[in-house]
Ligand binder design. Structure first.
Ligand code: A3P
Length: 336
């Protein structure tokens, strides 16, 4: 459950140095706060969010562990919630001009002064983040009495082995990109390659952003069972295997179900197509440029397959991750 947050924390080098520190996978260093590990930027964003975020009616928060399909779900949420204004087949649809990360910003990277100004239309804000539920401010997790500012939380998770594999590749893309482009290590991001063995070790220890991943997933899982109207628990693999059913489920949860007219004009299919890996990864905006310094937009689109973990991990590594997953989730009813 949400803990009381210390409103007096001032993010500073001195404060950081008071926290447990470890090596990260995508970051050179991570810091432990409220039981989880964060990079410097995400920690700063978290403290800002805990102290300054004020919800608005219709806000939606997407939460993921890194590499669980955040980019994909950001696109889906944007297309779904703006479908009246922007038809998915419109050649000028915002998702064809901007990356999903520009349209659905990470809370971690958003300054309080931008909580409204980043949006074309600040009455329907969608944020993404990797924050564990216990770290979210009460203004997000608790219902208010008249229900007017109750934020819906969509949690997306992915097979642990596939998530790790994706994270390993992403970490090396960052290192590669920073080296190639002679960027200063920006945002505390990793400045040198990481081996599969080292990344695996750190992942099992949980010192990667928002790790240990199992704890993050489990807390949202439990909350989704306790408060199904507040938290929707979704899976990458189900989105892949039955995108239409999952889109309808998501639309109902957000209070924006598809109307019979929309069903007739195949709106669900059009959104699915617009947001598919094939379509998104080919767009110029997603295949070139950087929305973050040193991180190419294309690094968010590798191949989007299910079962990649089994290709990249040794049988021992796969067995170890399976074992941790089983141990952590025992008794919860959650299987990944
Ligand atoms: P892979 O590295 O396995 O290909 P995140 O967005 O959370 O950073 O996750 C990135 C992962 O999601 C990458 O996985 C990426 O290829 C995949 N992905 C991105 N867009 C996708 C889409 N439209 N459909 C399916 N998977 C997608």
């Amino acid at each position: 459950k949400t803990t009381e947050h210390d409103e007096t924390v001032v993010y500073s080098e001195e404060w950081l140095s008071s926290l447990p520190k470890a090596k990260g996978i995508t970051e050179d260093n991570t810091y432990q706060y409220q039981g989880f590990w964060f990079g410097t930027i995400s920690l700063q964003g978290l403290i800002d969010c805990q102290q300054h975020f004020r919800p608005r009616q219709n806000d939606v928060l997407l939460v993921t562990a890194p590499k669980s399909g955040t980019t994909w779900m950001k696109a889906i949420l944007y297309a779904l919630l703006h479908r009246q204004k922007y038809h998915p087949q419109d050649a000028h649809h915002p998702l064809r001009q901007k990356t999903p990360h520009q349209l659905v910003p990470f809370m971690e990277l958003t300054k309080p002064s931008e909580y409204d100004s980043l949006f074309l239309d600040s009455t329907s804000r969608i944020f993404g983040c990797h924050f564990p539920i216990r770290c979210l401010p009460k203004s997000i997790t608790e219902e208010d009495d008249d229900g007017s500012t109750n934020i819906k939380i969509v949690y997306l998770c992915r097979d642990i082995k596939d998530t790790f594999t994706s994270l390993f590749h992403f970490a090396n893309k960052i290192g590669d990109c920073l080296t190639r482009l002679h960027y200063e290590p920006a945002l505390g991001l990793r400045s040198s390659p990481v081996s599969l063995e080292e990344a695996f070790h750190l992942f099992c220890k949980g010192t990667n952003v928002a790790g240990p991943i199992w704890d993050q997933i489990l807390e949202y899982w439990k909350e989704s069972l306790e408060r199904p109207n507040k938290v929707l628990f979704m899976r990458y693999e189900e989105l892949k295997s039955e995108p239409h059913a999952q889109l309808r489920r998501l639309a109902r949860f957000l209070g924006r179900p598809f109307s019979p007219e929309e069903e007739l004009m195949e709106m669900v299919d059009q959104i699915t197509s617009l947001c598919s890996f094939g379509s998104m990864s080919k767009l110029q905006v997603n295949s070139t440029g950087h929305f973050l310094p040193g991180v190419s937009n294309s690094s968010y689109f590798r191949n989007g397959q299910v079962g990649e973990g089994n290709k990249w991990l040794t049988p021992e590594m796969a067995a170890k991750l399976d074992q941790i997953t089983q141990d952590k989730f025992r008794g919860s009813g959650l299987k990944l």
